[in-house]
Design a protein around this ligand. Structure first.
Ligand code: ARG
Ligand code: ZN
Length: 474
């Protein structure tokens, strides 16, 4: 689904359908063309780029994931306890799960019917569910989790490493290791109980509640108490060197590094306290109760560098400092304020890129305007102009160059239009206003427009929605 250029900055179809999601199935089908597909309990949430992901029939509150991983056999034995609220009357609903074998499903303690097709696990509770009801689904499953390849050819999900698994989930990979509502619009809290052979560490999001070794196995309990999109979940396993510390402001840091990457990552990771403190000054209070990093030694085919998994970005190899700056900025932009759909990723990547520009300037390098000029004048990389950032059109564009670079250039143009004072207010107040929620381009336009008398719609239209290289306004 691509945006109609004439109504480019109008609300996305998903938003228009959101209000009707709780209506009866018949009404839903007739009133939503192209937004939410199928009945409330089936299909996907109608994402413009990944229409088969997620489910609009319910909203998850909490995931309790119990994962027992045999590193040598690559075997996962797990249960997922999913507490959710029905957003419509449901006779059945679907979870996303790719591969693995489901052995048992219960809803509110009663055996439920289930069937599988592709990455959809359909669950039929014996009683059906009433709109507004909170219900608890327990899925028991096991097998060897397999990584997946995205439309943009990147590798994600549960990626086997020499000593465990590197676990990253953007955009879809979380379904390779747990069943869930696999769409950024449905954010939930998480508890992880991960058991691995002694000597291995299982590192998940949030704070470590306990670590106990008995009979040759260690169980790690992690608590992630703030809403999190499924793509930001991790449970990375390996033989890690673990360092815990605190930032000067008292924020706990948990850093796990594969020994093979320890030397190269030492310098950049040592800057974590400085980066976090600096970003807190720029973007407002840090949104979570801890921060950190997971640096793994990964197979070559994982050729992208990093993902902003919540509280602890994962790095597929030693990061450089700018990548740490980028992934930490995502904690505000992407993790706390999460794009509503996969077509809105520019709202996350452009800010993370702009944070790199601000850091570079702070360290005596180019100013953001100089970064803008260099990219604008550069003719080497036409990919930068391949599609408009807020209308990526195709799944393979989800994290394409324009989403980062043209998005950050747009922010520089926004800064030039509203002035420094208002721009830096936006950088602080936008994450405050949408803290722990989802947002789309229209929300951002509305928000910015409240801060200024300058008509921002033309700027948004040109830089975010129009095809080709925008003309410079001077
Ligand atoms: N969000 C990550 C970053 O910019 C990039 C992840 C890319 N993954 C992908 N499947 N395209 O930090
Ligand atoms: Zn990023």
């Amino acid at each position: 689904m691509t945006a109609d250029p004439g109504s480019a900055v109008n609300r996305r179809p998903l938003r228009r359908c959101g209000a009707t999601a709780a209506l009866s199935v018949a009404l839903l089908l007739s009133s939503c063309t192209g937004g939410v597909r199928g009945a409330a309990g089936s299909g996907g949430v109608g994402d413009p780029l990944f229409p088969s992901l997620g489910n609009g029939g319910y909203q998850v509150r909490h995931y309790g994931l119990d994962l027992d991983y045999d590193v040598r056999k690559r075997h996962l034995d797990a249960t997922a306890d999913i507490t959710a609220e029905a957003r419509a009357d449901l006779r059945s609903f679907q979870l996303d799960l790719q591969g693995l074998r489901v052995t048992d499903v219960q809803v509110d303690g009663e055996d439920a019917g289930f069937s599988r097709k592709g990455h959809k696990l359909t669950v039929r509770p014996p009683e059906g569910l009433r709109k507004g009801a909170e219900f608890r689904t327990r899925v028991a499953y096991e097998g060897t989790p397999e990584e997946m390849k995205d439309p943009d050819q990147s590798t994600e999900g549960w990626v086997k490493t020499r000593d465990g698994a590197f676990v990253s989930g953007e955009p879809a990979g979380s379904m390779t290791w747990f069943p869930g509502n696999n769409h950024p619009r449905d954010k939930a809290t998480y508890d992880f109980t991960a058991t691995v052979p002694k000597g291995y560490t299982a590192v998940a999001n949030g704070e470590l509640r306990s670590e106990r070794t008995a009979e040759g196995h260690t169980t790690f309990r992690w608590h992630n108490g703030r809403p999190m999109a499924s793509y930001l979940a991790t449970a990375t396993i390996g033989r890690f060197e673990v360092h815990t510390s605190r930032t000067p402001g008292g924020l706990p840091l948990y850093v796990a590094v594969d020994p093979a990457e320890a030397k190269a990552s030492k310098g950049p990771l040592a800057k974590l306290p400085e980066i976090t403190t600096w970003e807190t000054k720029l973007f407002g209070p840090y949104p979570f109760s801890s921060a950190g990093a997971i640096v793994d030694d990964t197979p070559k085919r994982v050729d992208w560098l990093a993902l902003e998994s919540q509280t602890k970005p994962v790095y597929a190899g030693a990061p450089d400092t700018l990548t740490v700056v980028h992934e930490m900025a995502h904690q505000w932009f992407g993790d706390s304020v999460t794009p509503k759909t996969w077509a809105d990723t520019w709202l996350s990547e452009s800010f993370a890129t702009y944070a790199e520009w601000l850091w570079t300037e702070r360290k005596g390098g180019k100013t953001p305007q100089e970064q803008f000029d260099a990219l604008y004048d550069d003719t080497e990389d036409p990919a930068r102009w391949a599609f408009p950032p807020a209308d990526p059109g195709r799944a393979k564009n989800v994290t394409g160059t324009p989403v980062y670079e043209r998005g950050a250039m747009f922010l520089q143009e926004l800064r030039n239009a509203v002035g420094d004072k208002t721009f830096f207010t936006i950088l602080r107040e936008w994450p405050a206003e949408y803290r722990y929620r989802n947002a789309d381009t229209q929300d951002f336009l509305d928000f910015c427009q409240e801060q200024t008398d300058v008509d921002l719609e033309p700027l948004f239209k040109t830089w975010l929605y129009e095809k080709g290289k925008p003309k410079r306004e001077d």
